[in-house]
Design a protein around this ligand. Structure first.
Ligand code: T3D
Length: 267
């Protein structure tokens, strides 16, 4: 096991799985400019490592992430000039959201506790989202007079449809992990006791699957949301052509023929 501890972010690699743990426990892992920058750097680094085949995003302590640190001077007025929140979004959240959503490996959000505001947005940009039964999702933005950001206006309606997306965003109520699974916001709600083991098993599974095909699958499903059927079919043909020439397909066929587990290696 390889571990790097940075202020507010912990990076641990076990085999092909990199776990990035938000670590500002005293403020429920809320996000500062420093933490979002460290997370972006860690994701960029992971994207360039051929031995990383899955990234887990999780939180230390009892929370996943409470969103923007509302005590950070960058976003508080404190009697001075009003902060430029658009600038904060453009500088920190936009690059982070784009990086997370375009990782060349599968991403797994392990929502260990409350995920609020931008914390929930980041989780929902991961490929697979699982949550502890005791965790809660909160679109906390409307309570402070803001709109859902960090990709939430894009991800929410895609995940749960317009009616649920608007309801969640407008009322900002706590949504249980069980209900989040029920409405299709997340992949699975997992009992608290089994959570760590099941997250590890899921991540190990993701790391053994054909990385490049998984990433193409994410891209095609997201693009298809705003494509015609014909455009989607064309995009599928292009991707299938590429993957048909890749090593993982040869390996998949060989494994099938010899009745053994495949050992995928493409990135
Ligand atoms: O602003 C911009 O740049 C634009 C971008 C915005 C993106 C966003 O994310 S906006 C949304 C920001 N997040 C929130 O509004 C959530 C605020 N937090 C809460 O509503 C609650 O803390 C929770 C529902 C998440 C959890 O409640 P609970 O009762 O379990 O814990 P708590 O007692 O409220 O919080 C524990 C401590 O964490 C507490 O500190 P203290 O009093 O013990 O010293 C609390 O102040 C701190 N904390 C929680 N959330 C934040 C925070 N500190 C700073 N920023 C936070 N977001």
């Amino acid at each position: 096991m390889h571990q790097i501890s940075l202020p507010s972010l912990l990076a641990t690699q076990q085999g092909a799985v990199l776990t990035l743990t938000l670590d500002r426990v005293e403020s429920l892992n809320s996000l500062t400019g420093e933490l979002t920058t460290l997370l972006l750097q860690a994701l960029n680094h992971a994207a360039a490592q051929p031995d990383v085949r899955c990234v887990i995003l999780t939180g230390a302590g009892r929370a996943f992430c409470a969103g923007q640190d509302l005590k950070d001077p960058a976003v508080t007025a404190d009697g001075g000039p009003r902060p430029d929140l658009g600038g904060v979004v453009e500088r920190y959240y936009k690059p982070l959201a784009l990086r997370l959503h375009s990782m060349p490996v599968p991403t797994l959000a392990a929502v260990n506790g409350v995920a609020a505001g931008a914390g929930a947005s980041l989780a929902l940009l991961c490929d697979v989202v699982v949550a502890k039964r005791s965790a809660r999702f909160i679109q906390a933005f409307s309570a402070i007079g803001l709109i859902p950001d960090s990709g939430a206006t894009w991800a929410l309606p895609r995940l749960v449809g317009r009616a649920q997306a608007l309801g969640l965003a407008i009322f900002g109520e706590k949504l249980s992990a069980e209900d989040a699974e029920h409405i299709g916001l997340i992949w699975a709600c997992i009992g608290d006791e089994a959570f760590d083991d099941e997250v590890r098993a899921l991540a190990n599974k993701l790391a053994t699957l054909p990385t490049r095909a998984l990433v193409r699958t994410r891209e095609l499903i997201d693009e298809a949301g705003s494509a015609t059927l014909e455009q989607a079919l064309d995009a599928e043909a292009r991707a299938q052509r590429e993957l048909g020439h890749a090593a993982d397909y040869v390996e998949g066929l060989a494994a099938f023929a010899h009745k053994r587990a495949p050992r995928f290696s493409d990135r």
